[in-house]
Design a binder for this molecule. Structure first.
Ligand SMILES: [Zn+2]
Length: 312
């Protein structure tokens, strides 16, 4: 096994009778993230073992101030949004006629309050078809979230509004008996490039694409995404994390704090990544709650933009 630090095997699938090992899109960086506000946060602390029912959050927090207003003229004229799919498992399908919608032309939700392409927008869409523009984007307001006791992790930076929302979420999760740890958050272009380059040098670009996002294509570069862990850490960044208390609580409640579970089971053909119940993406309460209310399993499906299973 290559010795690149941070590499985590997250799933082994049987494809056509052959075992396929899949790695996380959220592969943790090799070293603690550089911080503009301080040094690394101490490692995770002990916590309860996995299992048990997850109580719900005490109540939704106040939504934070918007990060950026829409600037790309993505408004779409037309009728109200169509009915949501019957379930999260329903496959995405393009419109019966007309062009496949692209970024800036959401058809399901007609969400145009904020830009879908401005990297400063809380609604920016980043996937294998939609890199950040510019590729080397750096968030303007990274801060280290003030996490409650027992919810530590590596040095972590998030955009200010996201850090505040994450702090509230971590407090609520801990109070509900599902304390979280913060495994990874902001990742710079250079960090992502080094991570991806390490994989590519070992096994080639095609294989690297199954393990790590290319630089400029990672939500972690936006400062809007974070990977959570469970307090006991046994399943962190592995498929069994889906059964951990922190994952169960986040899946049921993270939208109340403005987050969505970005890569959900069965939606890899749309998002480009296998299920990652630890990867939370901040969108703000309005959109995050709407996604849940309408039963969508991915941001792409909710916005009605084209699937991005692979790089173009
Ligand atoms: Zn991630």
């Amino acid at each position: 096994m290559p010795s690149l630090p941070g590499r985590r095997t997250v799933a082994k699938y049987l494809v056509g009778g052959a075992a396929l090992t899949v790695f996380a899109a959220c592969t943790a960086p090799a070293k603690p993230m550089p911080s503009k506000t301080g040094g690394p946060v101490p490692g995770s602390s002990p916590g309860p073992a996995a299992g048990g029912e997850m109580p719900t959050a005490a109540g939704p927090p106040a939504d934070g101030a918007p990060l950026a207003a829409a600037t790309d003229g993505g408004a779409v004229a037309g009728p109200a949004a169509p009915a949501p799919p019957a379930s999260q498992a329903e496959p995405w399908a393009p419109p019966a006629s007309g062009p496949v919608p692209s970024r800036g032309s959401p058809v399901h939700a007609l969400k145009t309050k904020y830009s879908l392409s401005d990297p400063n927008s809380p609604w920016v869409v980043v996937n294998k078809h939609l890199p950040l523009n510019p590729l080397s984007y750096e968030p303007p307001d990274l801060v280290r979230p003030a996490l409650p006791p027992g919810s530590g992790g590596e040095a972590a930076l998030l955009r200010a509004e996201v850090a505040a929302a994450a702090s509230r979420m971590f407090v609520a999760a801990a109070a509900a008996g599902a304390p979280m740890t913060l495994l990874s958050s902001y990742r710079s272009y250079d960090m992502q490039a080094a991570l991806y380059g390490g994989y590519a040098a070992q096994t080639g670009g095609a294989d690297a694409d199954t393990k790590s996002a290319r630089a400029g294509y990672s939500e972690h570069q936006t400062g809007l995404a974070l990977d959570i862990g469970d307090a006991n850490g046994l399943c962190n960044l592995n498929p069994c994390f889906a059964t951990a208390p922190a994952a169960a609580w986040a899946g049921a409640n993270c939208h109340l704090f403005g987050f969505t579970v970005r890569y959900q089971l069965g939606h890899d053909g749309v998002t480009g990544f296998y299920a990652e119940p630890w990867h939370l993406r901040y969108l703000g309460v309005e959109m995050a709650a709407d996604i849940v209310a309408k039963g969508f399993g991915s941001l792409e499906e909710f916005l009605g933009i084209e699937p991005a299973a692979a790089y173009l």
